[in-house]
Design a protein around this ligand. Structure first.
Ligand SMILES: [Zn+2]
Length: 390
């Protein structure tokens, strides 16, 4: 079997590790994750790695090198509900296979490689993302431990049942000496590579993100009796805002902005909308551009805005990124990741880089997620050359 075929087959095997038969749903610290770990442990060992699991539930495989430094490779093993096979697992499988190739060639690099299979990136079970990489980076907040899942089980209890000690998560932080960087291979989750006809692309940055809730207040009234010119229709104001968000982002390069949720009150066919609440999500690779967009959009809205979250953009390492580009044969393209990744937190420890792999139709977080053997083979070759260059 070719290395790429091995990666594909292993993604198939992991897809059967699920909490919902017929679907791929693999939450943090679940039975499905436990079964996935059994496989991944075995594959890591086969590739010559020493395998450990930390308290939050990250699986770590270490392939010793001749020198002191360590290069981190990885991605996450958890999934959203009814997920595809590749968002997360692909990066872990490609990393393990790259190490397997070194082992098969009986090769030691001047640095060690540590493959990280993160425990939770999507946050399906506890609504709290990046648990794995936050613990690894020393950014885990113990207050999270009291969160409960839909069955009322606390995060602390879930961690204990999975074999970890919640009191010792601070000890999951990387203490293994100097780091050379972190590289994650991930499906693109967008259509750009497919449109360009390219198998892989280098990520230049992970976009920063703002999330707001906006409330538009008007006056509810009878749909039949209040004359049009006397109305204060909250939905009409909200609709104008939605259009403005779309137009503004369309006319600003690199900006994406979305209203994805809206609630209309009272919400009856014969009542003029009195109140509308909606969500606003704004992302850009440049924080200054994002803040400018946010200010303009919120100023122009006749609404009360409440901030939900803000995350700064994370630039990928120019050094690692240029080596990654060098490792690509043929046309090289740089992309911004609109989606967040574990690298956001790992960047607090070391420089990060990401390689995107083309996915069919740009579809992710969906069972229709699809990548080809040939593209995975390219990603493996790029990773192999990148290790040589490093
Ligand atoms: Zn992912």
């Amino acid at each position: 079997m070719t290395p790429a075929a091995t990666v594909m087959q292993r993604c198939d095997v992991l897809s059967a590790c699920t909490e919902e038969p017929g679907k791929i749903t693999r939450p943090f610290a679940s039975g499905a994750m436990r079964r996935a770990h059994q496989y991944v442990r075995e594959w890591m060992s086969e590739a010559g790695m020493t395998v450990t699991r930390d308290n939050i539930g990250n699986l770590r495989g270490r392939y010793q090198g001749a020198g002191k430094g360590t290069l981190l490779l990885g991605s996450h093993l958890d999934s959203v509900r009814d997920a595809g096979k590749y968002d997360g697992p692909l990066g872990v499988m490609v990393a393990i296979t790259a190490v397997q190739r070194l082992r098969d060639a009986d090769k030691r690099l001047p640095f060690a490689i540590e493959v990280l299979a993160f425990a939770d990136e999507e946050g399906l079970r506890f609504g709290s993302t990046y648990l794995g990489s936050r613990a690894f980076s020393g950014a885990f907040d113990a207050a999270e431990l009291t969160r409960t899942d839909s069955d009322g089980i606390s995060m602390a209890e879930a961690i204990r049942r999975f074999g970890g000690d919640p009191a010792r998560i601070a000890g999951d932080r990387w203490v293994g000496g100097p780091l050379l960087g972190y590289l994650e291979v991930h499906i693109e989750q967008g259509p750009v590579l497919e449109q360009l006809g390219l198998p892989v692309g280098v990520v230049s940055a992970i976009a920063g993100q703002d999330r707001y809730d906006l409330t538009f207040t008007g006056e509810a009234g009878h749909a039949g009796t209040v004359p049009m010119r006397l109305r204060r229709d909250a939905l009409v104001a909200a609709s104008a805002f939605v259009q403005r968000v779309h137009d503004y982002a369309t006319s600003h390069e690199g900006l994406v902005a979305t209203v994805g949720r809206m609630t209309v009150e009272p919400g009856a066919a014969n009542v003029i909308p009195g109140k509308v609440t909606l969500s606003l999500d704004v992302r850009h690779a440049d924080d200054a551009e994002r803040k400018r967009a946010r200010a303009t959009l919120l100023d122009g809205a006749n609404a009360i805005a409440e901030k939900r979250s803000e995350r700064a953009a994370v630039a990928c390492s120019p050094r690692l990124t240029s080596q990654l580009a060098q490792a690509i044969e043929g046309e090289k393209v740089q992309l911004v990741s609109g989606a967040g990744h574990d690298g956001v937190y790992v960047s607090e420890l070391t420089e990060i880089a990401m390689l995107f792999v083309r996915c069919k139709g740009g579809i992710s977080h969906n069972p229709a997620e699809s990548v080809t053997d040939a593209d995975v083979a390219v990603a493996l070759d790029v990773l192999g050359r990148f290790l040589e260059l490093l």
